[in-house]
Design a protein around this ligand. Structure first.
Ligand SMILES: [Zn+2]
Length: 52
C-alpha cells in the first residue's frame, strides 16, 4: 500500500496532536487501508490499557 502515514504520524493522530487537515488526511487514508485501520485500533487499545 503506497503512502501510508508513518508511525510517528499515526502516533500523533492517536494522541490527537494533529491539525484538522492532517486528521482529515489520515482518516481518508484509513477508509481505504485495512492495515492502517488495524494499527489504529490496536494502538488505541494499548494506549487505553496503559492509561487505564
Ligand atoms: Zn495505510
Amino acid at each position: 500500500m503506497a503512502d501510508c502515514p508513518d508511525e510517528n504520524d499515526m502516533a500523533c493522530y492517536i494522541d490527537k496532536l494533529l491539525s484538522d487537515d492532517e486528521v482529515g488526511q489520515i482518516e481518508g487514508h484509513l477508509l481505504g487501508c485495512d492495515r492502517c485501520r488495524e494499527i489504529v485500533v490496536v494502538t488505541k487499545k494499548v494506549v487505553a490499557w496503559i492509561e487505564g
